[in-house]
Design a protein around this ligand. Sequence first.
Ligand code: MG
Length: 406
Amino acid sequence: MTPAQSRVIVHVDMDAFYASIEVRDNPQYRGLPVVVGAAPGGRGVVAAASYEARRYGIRSAMPSGEAFARCPQALFLPVDMQKYRAVSSQLFDLLDTFTPRVEPVSIDEAYLDLTGCPAPSTAGASPEAPGGSPLAFSRAIKGRIGETLHLPVSVGVAPNKFLAKLASELAKPDGLREIRLEEAAAVLAPLPVTVLWGVGPQTRQRLGSLGIDTVGDLQRTPTSVLRASLGFAAEELARLSRGLDDRAVEVSRETKSIGRETTFEEDTADREALLRTLGALAEDVARSLRAEGLHGRTVTLKVRYENFHTLTRNLTLPSPTNSGAVIYRAAVGLLDRLAPLPRPVRLIGVSVSGLGRVGLTQVSLFGEEEQHARVDQVVDAINERFGEGTVRQARAVEGDDPEDGS
Ligand SMILES: [Mg+2]
């Protein structure tokens, strides 16, 4: 196994991906604030904002109406997911030429493990030094993306995933950066603790109460003190604060099905509670399908009763889908076939199989499904940007309605 210090991990992250594609394809938009997402008149949100638009404080996930208020002269464009997905496949085809070890993170973001790869040849430029320094690799990748896709991208390179992602973030926009292990602690020290993976609002608050606000504060705190407050997470956090991270680049294998399941804290037979959970699971499954450019025909519902008796029921749709709404409706249909439930449910799950690639020319969405697809895409874009669960479609939370009576 390669020692952690000598790994070469690259993080590639396109800048303002959807907006950059629109500007590339419409040169007259260059230099203008461009906002891709819902129209400002409706209740939808921004999916991507060009750097010019960000100067007005416009951000992904902001309601389009608010974006309009901040910058009425901005160019508001609809989400064209087919187009962005096509560019994404070009990007991943290109990344595959550098190494087979590519881990897709989202439509426009990936990790590459280039450890031991031959030095990159840069067409048109003088040959790189033999052995290929980490920086030479990332320069070659950035160069090729620029030549091929004509889009801005930020590339970070480091001996691990955590530092590689931090490097690309610090390089944004359109930048290139290496973080070597020996400089990692110094680079991290002034940054807020939230740059560390796993530090959400709760952990941040807990650390804050110990007087730990920056990574530097964390580096100076003995692990025993951290352990008392954070338990098992302490060691991992102490390591990350010094830039240490052993996670491997996970190359995705051929996917046969995509599913999600959840175990209830308390067994339940309440239909509303089951539907609410199914809604959230279906949304999750749909989002994963779309992130991988897949759709599927067969929806399977899994139910485990309180006595651990488990059964599955499935249904094949007339046409493949990656819409949360369609998956949800199919799952509800399957659940209703089990009614009345003989006993409370311990676990419920939804999966989709019979998977295929979403064809680039196969844009035969229509009617209701198209509307759902539009909403799904914007929700995806926001969750990609801000992490799972930032935005849930109304259906997934409708059980919170006080009139619901549950
Ligand atoms: Mg990006």
